[in-house]
Design a protein around this ligand. Structure first.
Ligand SMILES: [Zn+2]
Length: 177
């Protein structure tokens, strides 16, 4: 073993405990609302639209078909750390999400909301996000909507493409006026 290889071996032994801790930490810290917009491929990340401070993505475990989430890029669970500008854009994206879902499916209504804390039903409580859940008359008798995963009638990729088409359609329409 030459000196270089030996020193690499020593280094990797030295660094192994740190790396294991790091990997464990990174895994615990993994946050879909941070990792999804960080990816290059919006379609596989289910990211529909990106703004300056917020983005819209599909929920991979939807409560109803078309369940969207609006989130700030900022990893925070604290509502007070959202600036006015971020909040205004966040609200605009909620409106956009409603417009997209109305365009593709004409739901009878929506549940829109923010669950703060696990006790309030937030499946993921470390990164603020607003749910947009389209509802249809008779889709459910009660409100398992924010606590249950339902069987989907349409695949996520196909729903994603319909939403992206709707996004293009709506931006063409607003550009054309
Ligand atoms: Zn996050």
């Amino acid at each position: 073993m030459d000196e270089h290889t030996a020193s690499v071996e020593r280094m990797s032994r030295l660094w192994a405990p740190w790396r294991i801790e790091y990997i464990r930490h990174a895994r615990e810290m993994e946050c879909v609302l941070c990792t999804a917009p960080a990816r290059d491929d919006d379609e596989s990340a289910l990211v529909l639209h990106r703004g300056r401070w917020n983005f819209v993505m599909m929920n991979a475990f939807p409560y109803s078909p078309g369940h969207l989430m609006v989130a700030p890029y900022q990893h925070t669970a604290d509502l007070n750390s959202i600036t006015t500008e971020e909040g205004v854009e966040h609200q605009d994206m909620v409106k956009l999400g409603v417009a997209l879902l109305t365009h593709i499916g004409k739901p009878d209504g929506f549940n829109i909301g923010l669950n703060l804390g696990r006790v309030a039903g937030a499946g993921f409580d470390q990164h603020l996000h607003t749910h947009i859940v389209p509802r249809w008359l008779g889709d459910t008798n009660f409100m398992p909507v924010l606590s249950n995963t339902r069987v989907m009638s349409e695949s996520l990729p196909s729903m994603y493409r319909r939403l992206r088409d709707a996004l293009e359609h709506l931006s063409d329409a607003s550009a054309g006026t």
